[in-house]
Design a protein. Structure first.
Length: 325
């Protein structure tokens, strides 16, 4: 497994590549600064894919090389993920031009495409190889990305997810270290083994088996009725300007950056605060991750939250006005 510093270096490489792509698109935009809106739209529609494709392809190639370097003794043939269809890039242009700040939004979409080429290459190869992967976020990542990055090496396809774990309410320090390393966690049984469906990756303490939730389909851990935490889809959402990367766990255990431990504490504090207020669940009675993300944001940026909220409301109003024209 690559060390945290090696993962950081690879992330910086993708960030540099993304910045070069942004510079190329900004230069294209500047050449069209004096033309009318219709001419600008047509020119961007025609030129944008050719400008950004080399950077998107380079991201996939660099990632495939990095994936291979993690386990050079492996015979697994790593392949690059194909770039997005031209129609997707055209839709990115149309979407950005419909907003109040088209260049900023187009740049955000471009950064996502460059990083997605890397993420998709990791995920597609991990799926074929049957290995897990972890989400790596920068130290200054947003609260949403921080939550997903605390899950460690638990993202996998259904075929590979034999030890997928949820977030328990009372993880011990040992269990947190095991989870971060991608090791199947032990659990404290609440049900007898008679007639119970058992998750294949579960580790029994004392010989009892634990039921996997309603119909035996859920997965739980460590004495807490945690929601399923390791499905691939949970790790896949990425927003514009997001620099999170996927890290394949090919040999050895995943070692998260030191700052992730604080994020796990922040998550627990935010959840505890919401639970104390009686506002931690959604209308269906399930844990509301959005509420926890918002609470973490309030805890992280208490001195600027009012200004940020005002700016978000203003941007939202501007976008709605632009879309209505």
């Amino acid at each position: 497994m690559p060390s945290p510093s090696e993962v950081d270096n690879f992330q910086r490489l993708l960030t540099t590549l993304s910045a070069q792509a942004v510079a190329a698109v900004t230069a294209l935009w500047d050449t069209l600064s004096t033309v009318d809106a219709v001419t600008r739209w047509k020119a961007l529609h025609d030129a944008y894919p050719a400008v950004v494709d080399p950077f998107i392809n380079a991201s996939a190639v660099l990632t495939a090389e990095w994936y291979s370097s993690i386990d050079p003794a492996s015979s697994f043939a790593v392949v690059t993920q194909p770039p997005p269809p031209t129609a997707i890039l055209h839709s990115n242009v149309g979407w950005a031009l419909a907003l109040a700040d088209p260049l900023t939004n187009l740049i955000g979409s471009l950064e996502r495409q460059v990083f997605n080429a890397s993420r998709d290459t990791i995920l597609s190869n991990a799926e074929k190889e049957g290995t897990k992967w972890a989400r790596h976020a920068s130290a200054n990542a947003c609260s949403f990305c921080r939550i997903l990055a605390t899950r460690g090496a638990v993202y996998a396809s259904e075929a590979a997810a034999q030890s997928v774990v949820g977030r328990g309410k009372d993880l011990s320090p040992m269990e947190r270290r095991m989870r971060a390393a991608g090791t199947p966690l032990p659990f404290r049984p609440r049900f007898s083994g008679q007639g119970a469906a058992v998750d294949p990756g579960a580790v029994s303490l004392g010989g009892n088996k634990r039921r996997g939730g309603k119909g035996g389909k859920g997965r739980f851990i460590a004495g807490g009725a945690g929601q399923l935490r390791g499905s691939q889809k949970l790790g896949e959402p990425y927003h514009d300007n997001c620099h999170c990367i996927a890290v394949p766990v090919r040999n050895g255990a995943y070692e998260p950056p030191d700052y992730v431990a604080q994020w796990d504490t922040d998550y627990g504090d935010a959840r505890a605060a919401l639970k104390a207020s009686g506002d931690v669940k959604n209308q269906f009675g399930a844990l509301d991750t959005n509420k926890i993300v918002n609470q973490m944001r309030r805890d992280q940026y208490p001195e600027v939250k009012d200004r940020l909220n005002a700016e978000r409301r203003q941007r939202y109003a501007q976008n709605k006005t632009q879309q209505g024209q």
